[in-house]
Design a protein around this ligand. Structure first.
Ligand code: IMP
Ligand code: MG
Length: 181
């Protein structure tokens, strides 16, 4: 797998250190809520699974996890075709604090779609946490509460992120070599 990378962008150690910091940030904010309302993490499949697994272990709070499937890069495409939510969204979000967890903010369409669908369910609050944010005008324009790393506008894989469903199991995050696409 590693020979398909142009280079490693973020090492597993740097990811782990940053997620500890991010966890402290999120945790401080969750503690500050202190209103008895339930906390629900809504994580976007499939790219966020590894991030989610690491992040939630930094959050010593009573919370629930819901998974939603949103696809935007069908198959071998590296250009988002527009996000589609497949399957049901949790319908019991009313009065709850929701934290959307996704792997990467690119055009921002995925989190904007999810936020608007979730807001229709009358939650108490909605926040967004992404591991990566590409330096694109659209991503930077998209409101987002927690960002792990700002990265160049290149196609990256590893640590949950895929190309054609491969490379999710790479422990580091790397730029995919154009020859591998
Ligand atoms: P957006 O809706 O354009 O913000 O795209 C977000 C989704 O596209 C993410 O959840 C990823 O699944 C996918 N995506 C965007 N950029 C990349 C990338 O560089 N590598 C892998 N997947 C990506
Ligand atoms: Mg995704």
């Amino acid at each position: 797998m590693e020979q398909d990378l142009e280079r490693i962008l973020i090492t597993r150690d740097a990811i782990a250190r940053r997620i500890e910091e991010l966890g402290r940030e999120v945790s401080t904010d969750l503690s500050a809520l202190d209103d008895g309302a339930e906390v629900v993490l809504v994580a976007v499949l499939t790219g966020s699974i590894i991030f989610l697994a690491d992040l939630i272990r930094q959050l010593p709070h009573k919370l629930r996890i819901d998974l939603v499937t949103v696809s935007s890069y069908p198959g071998r495409s590296v250009v988002s075709g527009g996000p589609v939510i497949s399957g049901p969204l949790p319908d019991d979000l009313s009065g709850r604090h929701v934290l959307i967890v996704d792997d990467i903010l690119d055009s921002g369409r995925t989190v904007r779609l999810l936020r608007s669908e979730i807001e229709r369910r009358s939650p108490k609050s909605v926040r967004i946490c992404v591991l990566l944010r590409k330096q694109t005008a659209a991503a930077l324009r998209t409101p987002c509460d927690y960002v792990g790393f700002d990265i160049p506008d290149r196609f990256v894989v590893g640590y949950g992120l895929d190309y054609d469903d491969y490379y999710r199991n790479l422990p580091d995050i790397g730029i995919l070599h154009p020859d591998a696409m």
